[in-house]
Design a protein around this ligand. Structure first.
Ligand SMILES: Cc1cc2nc3c(=O)[nH]c(=O)nc-3n(C[C@H](O)[C@H](O)[C@H](O)COP(=O)(O)OP(=O)(O)OC[C@H]3O[C@@H](n4cnc5c(N)ncnc54)[C@H](O)[C@@H]3O)c2cc1C
Length: 379
């Protein structure tokens, strides 16, 4: 019987623990989280096609909201795309972990001081295991060339129905500020709506007050009456332009999951699909030792880094090939493609032909700038 410690009960650590508890019930498991709850305060969303049917079981028992389609809006293109979309709130991940693990399998309010391949230090006490998995969220990403996706989102409750039924993943008809900017809206019920103001930027500095003001104004204009604010979330997510994923894996021989191991989509920063796939992969390992798990997930991070080079190139286009107020044209051009290609883009499963199609057609930005963006620190 193996003893596994998962350091960090956020998205990737919680899903890994749930998968082990379900598929490897004889494993002695300990999930350690510094917060009072699992998962922090997020709404994680993903497209239907991001999570293949064979790994869906990982999300069983986690309450979710599903929509059959979603919309995008640009100055010269609006589309309803018949690809389903799902949203999961942290509170429901927390419920699932508490229901899925036995009390002795987790600790909350427990800040880990040190992580080693076969031990963690907690309040001066050392707890040993056959393997420790580090899922403590983002660490220093100094070896990566990054841009940022920044947002503030607010959950509003309207006195009357707001009238929206499908998520709007990107509404880029708004004023462009700093870089590619769009509004994201999730109608979680006829009267409740999440509105996020999101933009891509060269700096991680987030002016929360300004974004809050903008989404409040938008909410007031929706026609459901004066809304009450139920909750707020914000994020500054990495968009990878170049560098080397090895820098995330340089220190120590500890297996990593989630953002800490570089497991996220380079263009959207979504990490839920990778977290689900990794949890399933973990549960099917024969050897649950620190050496074996480090080798499996390190190799997977290297492989994904190699497979996803195209997305880093696309990111450089988004950041360098257009003036910040014109960057939306890259996405507007992309959204002319069929739903199947769009789905494969979000699932980071593009074929060679898909990649050609993305760059075909009338270029959305100047060719000279595009070529110089492509030449920049390609990695
Ligand atoms: C508001 C927000 C919305 C997002 N929306 C989406 C989305 O829609 N879809 C998507 O796929 N991605 C989304 N992301 C991006 C990404 O999926 C999340 O950031 C995701 O939570 C990352 O998972 P993780 O497990 O790597 O890190 P986290 O979920 O951040 O988990 C790390 C955990 O480790 C704990 N921890 C850290 N240090 C210690 C310590 N020393 N001791 C004990 N515990 C520790 C933290 O408290 C935290 O709970 C979003 C991010 C944010 C911020």
């Amino acid at each position: 019987m193996s003893r596994i410690i998962i350091a960090g009960g956020g998205l990737s650590g919680s899903l890994a623990a749930l998968a082990l508890a379900r598929r490897r019930p004889r494993t002695e498991l300990l999930l350690v989280e510094q917060g009072e709850t699992f998962g922090g305060n997020h709404t994680w969303s993903f497209f239907e096609s991001d999570v293949p049917p064979k790994v869906r079981w990982v999300l069983q028992g986690v309450e979710a909201t599903h929509w059959p389609a979603h919309e995008v809006h640009f100055p010269r293109r609006s589309r309803k795309i018949d690809v389903g979309y799902t949203g999961i709130r942290s509170i429901h991940l927390d419920d699932a972990v508490r229901a899925g693990l036995r009390p002795e399998q987790f600790r909350l309010n427990a800040r880990i001081q040190a992580v080693e391949p076969c031990a963690i230090t907690l309040d001066g006490e050392t707890i040993e295991a056959d393997a420790v998995i580090d899922a403590r969220g983002p660490s220093s990403m100094s070896g990566l060339e990054l841009g940022w996706q920044k947002f503030v989102g607010r959950y509003y409750r309207f006195p009357r129905p707001h009238g929206m039924s499908l998520p709007i993943i990107m509404d880029a008809t708004v004023e462009q500020v700093d870089g590619y900017r769009f509004i994201y809206q999730l109608p979680v019920s006829p009267t409740d709506l999440l509105i996020e103001d999101t933009y891509y930027s060269r700096t991680p500095v987030l002016d929360q007050a300004a974004l809050r003001g903008r989404i409040d104004q938008l909410a007031m204009r929706l026609g459901g009456g004066s809304p009450e604010v139920l909750d707020e979330e914000s994020g500054v997510l990495p968009i990878v332009l170049g560098g080397d994923v090895e820098t995330l894996w340089r220190s120590g021989q500890v297996a990593r999951l989630g953002l800490r191991g570089g497991f996220f989509h380079p263009t959207t920063s979504y990490s839920l699909p990778d977290a689900v796939a990794n949890a399933a992969l973990l549960a099917q390992q024969d050897e649950l030792t620190s050496e074996a798990l480090h080798a499996v997930f390190h190799k997977r991070a290297q492989q994904l880094w190699q497979d996803r080079a195209f997305f880093r190139l696309l990111n450089r286009m988004l950041f360098y090939a257009a003036e910040p107020d014109q960057a939306y044209r890259v996405l507007e051009h992309f959204y002319r493609l069929p739903p199947a290609v769009i789905s494969r883009f979000y699932a980071a499963q593009l074929s060679g032909f898909d990649k050609v199609r993305i760059f075909s057609g009338k270029p959305p930005v100047s060719i000279g700038r595009a070529l110089s963006a492509l030449r920049r620190s390609a990695a």
